[in-house]
Write a new protein. Sequence first.
Length: 132
Amino acid sequence: MKPNHFEVTSACATVHNILQRVGDKWTVLVVSFLGKRPMRFNELKRTIPGISQKMLTSTLRGLERDGFVTRTVFPTVPPRVDYELTDLGRNLLVPVRALGDWAVANEARVRTARARFDARNGLVESFPEAAE
């Protein structure tokens, strides 16, 4: 492939499709927390700051549809529902954790680059403070 030539192949479409699912901020957080242990819906909601019930429901459904999460309903009153990573979901933890480690290790470099860019362009710094 020549440097100025880029061809969209079925592999590109596949990568794009999968990264749309696993690349959003809620999916990364849900997968990370479920990587520790199975969790109930409300437990996940309490654990993930800022996620709405609608967004958590949507994220879990998408992860279940794509084979990353299983949903188990227990016949109790009220019904108990547990979410757990599948083998595919646990396999996804490898690159998710690697990307998280990279982000933590390079935060200062990214912050410096953004500040330099913002100063050159008269912008206000937009990098959120790390959660404590």
